[in-house]
Design a protein around this ligand. Sequence first.
Ligand code: ADE
Length: 220
Amino acid sequence: MRIDVFTLFPGWFDWFSTQRHVRNALGLGHELNLVDLRATTPLKAGQVDDTPYGGGAGMVLRVDVVEAALEARYGPAPPPHRTVALSPGGRQFDDALARELAAEPELTLMCGRYEGFDERVNEHLATDVVSIGPYVLSGGELAAMVVADAVIRKLPGVLGHEDSAVEESFSEALEGAPEYPHYTRPFEWREHEVPDVLLSGDHARIRQWRLEESRRRRRT
Ligand code: ADE
């Protein structure tokens, strides 16, 4: 899979790119590329934003700047693949969308800044407008990392243990419910013991208990 992130702050991804599961993905031949939106701006002095029509606070990322960046990389815009604009007003990101995006061979993530993108970016250059939650971040970079992280860990072979993304919270194996509780040693801690069933060695019972716990968590 190739993930391209368009951002005004590529340096934000330095740390993310060195994390183990991301390095694993790169080692398997996947790509994570950072594209500087300012590098291809058609405006003078590296300008990328402008004041909003109608007045108001803040600056808006220009549609022609985003178009130029996309065209420099892919040819005539919009790109011929899934292109996600990160914005607090978008569709709420969830595990189902992560699964969907992980099945794409190419994914573009576009990070807004300031007051966000000119609406024509969302309408005509992006295939999806995605929010990671109902709060406003200082830019789309952290949101893009959240999306990239959730997508990358779905790629086969990226996590150490092949099963670990199969039976985790919100997975199909758990009927979309949160994951069951986990315990490890010590068996007893401040009078709180590990549930007996987990020491029973009866794998069918353990599976059943875990599924029930997972369903119970969905209800609470
Ligand atoms: N940009 C700023 N806030 C955001 C959010 N909550 N989700 C996605 N992109 C954003």
